[in-house]
Design a protein around this ligand. Structure first.
Ligand code: C2E
Ligand code: MG
Ligand code: MG
Length: 699
């Protein structure tokens, strides 16, 4: 920084000798011969010190300095004059317009020392000024205390942050900001650090005047005197509430599912860990439940994601209502939830909670205009019996859940050690199924249906086969539910329809007499809006009339959504497609719905036919069904007739149609063609003489 002095005197020689003297100290010197001259020069130069004579023509030195004090308060103002002028100057000294009075004639060394001191003072003055500007304007709160922590000054930012104004805190101990969030040891650490290092900074919770707590970043420095004793402490404080809140939010998001607000897998694992440690110490039992919402994908696909989301939220709610506050309900993804029941007095308690959950889900869930029935598959594992690590407990609960699903949905299952094998097998089968789907590795076999009275071949039922060279055939009762579970059944159903139609056309092209083919439909296909269109198009593509096709539906399929089913069936029937009710007798079998849906054929379930000759109750059911069919003018076809006495009994009761090993097992396409070709009504007479029940030869 340039050190510039303005010398003002009407005597040129004085200006000259002063200049010469002071240049030795490397000051930059500007001279003026009158007060006005000085005012002009100071306006265009950066001057730190002015030394002026008192008696000058025009304006006196004091008058000049009074003006300078107004305009340039930082300039150090000195009078250098005869001692006799002191009285004229003393008042100006008292008012602060004059910093020093130096007398003429001067001693060179004393004068130089005085001027050096003036510059030092000027610098200090400036620095203090800068500091106080910073002090007043910073957004950081500042507190200056004495060595005992009593507040000496604060800045406006401190007031903004804490709510205390100056008058309320001056003289008070800074400890008035303390919150109850920290231990005495924490404050002791601060004191120790200040003692040793003269410095402390860190996060600290403090209390505002209104009692509210807030987090701040505090930085405290000890101001030490020459002897090393602390005279003051200066503290910065920066409020970090926003930052804290953000951190809290980020942490919350990392541990919770955004849709349901439930703990996520990570938090669940944490809690499981902690609960397990506690359970080990206190000999409590614990249960982990793995819960999967049945058919969620279908709801999501057919009703849309908004409905799906709402459903998940409501499920989360109901699960929450079913457990105690100390238990954890967590959503771990998609439609999967996990429950942690900590501190169970005995394993049985888990079962009662499962029952409570199931009861909660009995009530329908309303979402907008939709009434949904959410069903759950629940797998349970118990600590310590089923695992002593979190991973084991979760894995085994998962296994039990899969078991519950394959036992029929909407069920629960407690883990048992032989489940693992089943699940592994199922997993392998599932993978194979996906491959088979891709490679169209399925076949259709056809089982003849005949009229016992006329001997006519009246139809064929298409039955899916999955030959697996490595492991043998997989029965449809195993792979069809799996295809449903995996959402593959639509594609599969279409493949069956398409293949059956192509086969019928092929037989027609071979010149075989036309025989109607029945195709089984699964419930999921029924939920597709374009089912009817697909069937009609497939028939058209193969140049077939609708009369060549029959669809088989089950009671449970229809009752899932009776009004929609009625519409679809009416449409199919309107197009000329026949409809059979499969597995008849095993479900509701109410007259009213039989009338409403008016099927072409009722297929009497094999389970009744098997035992009808030895079990009078089954015989009675068969009777009733046949009578119902007659009353409704619907055909009744008996499934699974294997033996002659069964066929005879059926015929005696007036049931004219059969499908079963007694006539023929399901046959592959070639054998079916031969069967059609060589079938003659008179053969039924031959069959009467056959007594052996055949084993299905096609699998
Ligand atoms: P379903 O529709 O009731 O089919 C009749 C089942 O009874 C067939 O079993 C058939 O082989 C068997 N069966 C017929 N006569 C006799 C007999 O005299 N004795 C014995 N013991 N069994 C007999 P399959 O082929 O194993 O099919 C089982 C079920 O799988 C079918 O029951 C049907 O619900 C389903 N299924 C088969 N193919 C398809 C398909 O292409 N699509 C759909 N959605 N389901 C199918
Ligand atoms: Mg069937
Ligand atoms: Mg059946």
């Amino acid at each position: 920084m340039n050190l510039t002095i303005l010398l003002v005197d009407d005597e040129e020689e004085i200006l000259l000798s002063l200049s010469r003297l002071l240049r030795r100290d490397k000051y930059q010197i500007i001279t003026a011969t009158s007060a006005n001259d000085a005012l002009e020069k100071i306006a265009v130069n950066d001057v730190q010190v002015v030394i002026t004579d008192q008696r000058m023509p025009g304006m006196t030195g004091v008058q000049l300095l009074i003006q300078l004090k107004e305009k340039y308060p930082h300039v150090i103002r000195i009078i250098l004059s005869g001692y006799s002028d002191f009285n004229a100057v003393s008042e100006a000294i008292n008012s602060g317009a004059v910093y020093k009075f130096l007398s003429k004639p001067w001693d060179d060394d004393v004068l130089r020392a005085q001027i050096q001191e003036a510059f030092r003072y000027q610098m200090l003055f400036r620095r203090k000024d800068h500091l106080s500007i910073a002090f007043e304007n910073t957004i950081e709160g500042l507190i200056i205390t004495d060595s005992q922590g009593n507040i000496e000054s604060i800045n406006p930012a401190f007031t903004t942050i804490t709510g205390y104004v100056t008058a309320e805190v001056i003289g008070q101990n800074a400890s008035l900001l303390r919150s109850n969030r920290h231990s005495p040891e924490f404050y002791q650490e601060i004191s120790d650090s200040l003692e040793k290092k003269g410095q402390w900074d860190g996060e600290i919770w403090s209390k505002r005047k209104n009692g509210e707590l807030f987090p701040e970043w505090r930085s405290i420095s000890a101001i030490r005197e020459a002897d090393g004793k602390t005279s003051h402490y200066v503290s910065f404080l920066v409020e970090i509430s926003n930052q804290k809140e953000k951190e809290r939010q980020i942490q919350y998001q990392a541990l919770h599912d955004p849709l349901t607000d439930l703990p996520n897998r990570k938090l669940f694992l944490d809690r499981l860990h902690v609960a397990m440690e506690q359970a080990k110490r206190s000999n409590y039992y614990m249960a982990v439940m793995f819960i999967d919402l049945d058919r969620f994908k279908q709801i999501n696909d057919s009703l849309g994601h908004d409905v799906g989301d709402d459903l998940l939220k409501q499920v989360a709610n109901r699960l929450g209502q079913s457990v105690r506050g100390e238990d954890t309900v967590s959503r771990i993804g998609g439609d999967e939830f996990m429950l942690l029941l900590s501190r169970l007095p005995d394993p049985k308690a888990a079962e009662s909670i499962v029952k409570k959950i199931k009861a909660k889900f009995q009530e329908v869930i309303h979402i907008g205009a939709h009434e949904l029935h959410a069903t759950l598959s629940i797998g349970v594992s118990i600590f310590p019996k089923d695992g002593t690590t979190p991973d084991m407990l979760i894995k085994n609960a998962d296994t039990a859940m899969y078991q519950a699903k394959s036992d029929g949905r909407n069920d629960f299952c407690f883990y048992s050690s032989d489940m693992n094998q089943d699940v592994t097998e199922k997993l392998l089968l599932k993978n194979a199924l996906y491959k088979a789907m891709k490679n169209e590795a399925f076949l259709l076999h056809y089982q003849p249906q005949v009229d016992l009275v006329t001997g006519q071949l009246i139809g064929l039922e298409a039955l899916a086969r999955w030959p697996r060279p490595e492991v043998g055939n997989v029965p449809p009762s195993r792979f069809i539910p799996l295809a449903e579970e995996e959402g593959l059944i639509l594609e599969f159903g279409r493949w069956v329809l398409k293949t059956a139609c192509q086969q019928i056309r092929e037989w027609q092209e071979m010149g075989l007499p036309m025989v109607r083919v029945a195709v089984n439909l699964s419930a999921r296909q029924f939920e597709e809006d374009d089912l009817v269109d697909y069937i009609i198009n497939t028939l058209k593509e193969n140049n077939l009339s609708p009369g060549v096709l029959e669809v088989e539906v089950t009671e449970s399929l229809i009752m899932r959504n009776p009004s929609k089913s009625a519409k679809i069936l009416a449409k199919l029937r309107g197009k000329g497609i026949a409809i059979a009710l499969d597995d008849f007798g095993t479900g509701y079998s109410s007259l009213s719905y039989l009338r409403e849906f008016s099927f072409d054929t009722l297929k009497l379930d094999r389970s009744f036919v098997i035992h009808m000759t030895e079990n009078p109750e089954d015989a009675a059911i068969v009777d009733t069904v046949i009578q119902m069919g007659k009353a409704l003018k619907q055909n009744v076809l008996a499934e699974g007739a294997e033996e002659e006495n069964q066929v005879k009994a059926l015929q005696a009761k007036g049931c004219g149609l059969v499908q079963g090993y007694w006539v023929s097992p399901p046959l592959n396409a070639n054998d079916t063609a031969a069967f059609i070709k060589f079938w003659e009504p008179s053969k039924i007479v031959d069959l009467w003489s056959r007594v052996d029940s055949r084993v299905e030869g096609d699998n």
